[in-house]
Write a protein that binds this ligand. Structure first.
Ligand code: PMV
Length: 322
């Protein structure tokens, strides 16, 4: 039977990917660094079925049509091409986090789709091959293939731009508590947002500093220096948002609760509780802390007006077959 089911996690970037040097191949302008999270993932089944006359794609129970379907079937085409397969597929994907929760499903979704489509086609691809394919589907999806703490090498061609694991998931007990503060659908997708970077006067200075910053955070992770890692990842998130806010048109992803959570985190830190934040292309705040502090911080986050819920994550493995 030509069927496989894969699970892949969402990942949170500590050094962000924002801006591409090759639009079509999705080659990023810089290396980025992330870890996979344990409580937000996609489960995707792909079944090649000779009785189908066209691909059928369902996400969270909804049959896709038009452009959103095309982006996924084109991705299955890439895998069919490698496998020299013409058979149409039934793709069914579920996210364990609600659509519109502000948590993007493209990274976990494309990573799970890549693995399931390849295994169902009986392809024996390496982790690197899978990461490259996932990248072409949706940039940061390449980081949801390997386990644990992951670095995406920007590369200078499709074959050299892929993610690999730096450390396994159990290397260090760090948590990402996602403070969900808003669920409005994005007006500008991250795919479009990447295209605006050149219009920000802060983009080139950002790129210039990134290699040193990336090296520094790797040293911090290497030595399990939580303070250094936290300082770098928080400054990095603000730096990326400064580029977003100063692009034309400006991208302002934060809402009043986002800012309230940021200020609370800074004041908890001043009071001796070590905790840092990072934010992606949306209003939710990813609160990074050490495992021992997670329960206390979760409680404090839930007391902030406007925080709808908190998703508690440990560092997790990457994409795998179920
Ligand atoms: O993979 P994309 O196109 O959704 O871009 C991801 C962009 C950020 O989440 C903002 C940063 C990152 O590195 O994950």
């Amino acid at each position: 039977m030509m069927k496989a089911t894969a699970q892949a996690p969402v990942n949170i970037a500590l050094i962000k990917y924002w801006g591409k040097k090759d639009e079509k191949l999705r080659l990023p302008a810089n290396d980025s660094l992330s870890f996979n999270v344990s409580a937000a993932f996609s489960v995707t089944s792909v079944e090649y079925d000779a009785s189908l006359i066209e691909d059928v794609v369902m996400i969270d129970g909804q049959v896709l049509q038009g452009d959103s379907k095309l982006r996924l079937t084109k991705h299955v085409d890439r895998i069919r091409e490698i496998a020299q397969l013409k058979t149409r597929a039934r793709v069914e994907s579920h996210n364990n986090f609600p659509k519109g929760s502000g948590i993007a499903s493209s990274a976990s979704g494309f990573a799970a789709l890549t693995l399931a489509a390849a295994v169902a086609a009986d392809l024996k691809l390496t982790e690197k091959d899978l990461s490259i394919l996932a990248r072409i589907g949706s940039g940061s999806a390449c980081r949801s293939i390997p386990d644990g703490w992951v670095r995406w090498h920007q590369g200078n061609s499709s074959e050299t731009s892929y993610a690999e694991s730096l450390y396994p998931a159990d290397y260090w007990q760090i948590c990402d508590l996602v403070a969900v503060v808003g669920s409005a659908e994005k007006k500008i997708s991250s795919s479009e947002g990447h295209g605006l970077v050149e219009s920000s006067p802060f983009y080139q200075p950002r790129l210039k500093d990134l290699p040193a910053k990336t090296q520094q955070i790797i040293t911090a992770i290497d030595t399990k220096d939580f303070t250094l890692m936290g300082q770098i990842l928080e400054a990095e998130a603000i730096n990326m948002h400064a580029v977003m806010m100063t692009s034309v048109p400006p991208l302002l992803y934060w809402n009043p609760t986002t800012l309230r959570v940021m200020h609370e985190i800074i004041s908890w830190r001043e009071a001796g509780l070590e905790v840092y934040f990072t934010i992606d292309a949306g209003p939710n705040v990813h609160v990074i802390c050490q495992g021992n502090d997670a329960a206390k911080i979760e409680k404090k986050l839930l007391e902030i007006t406007g925080v709808e819920k908190v998703i508690v994550n440990q560092v997790a493995n990457g994409a795998h077959i179920l």
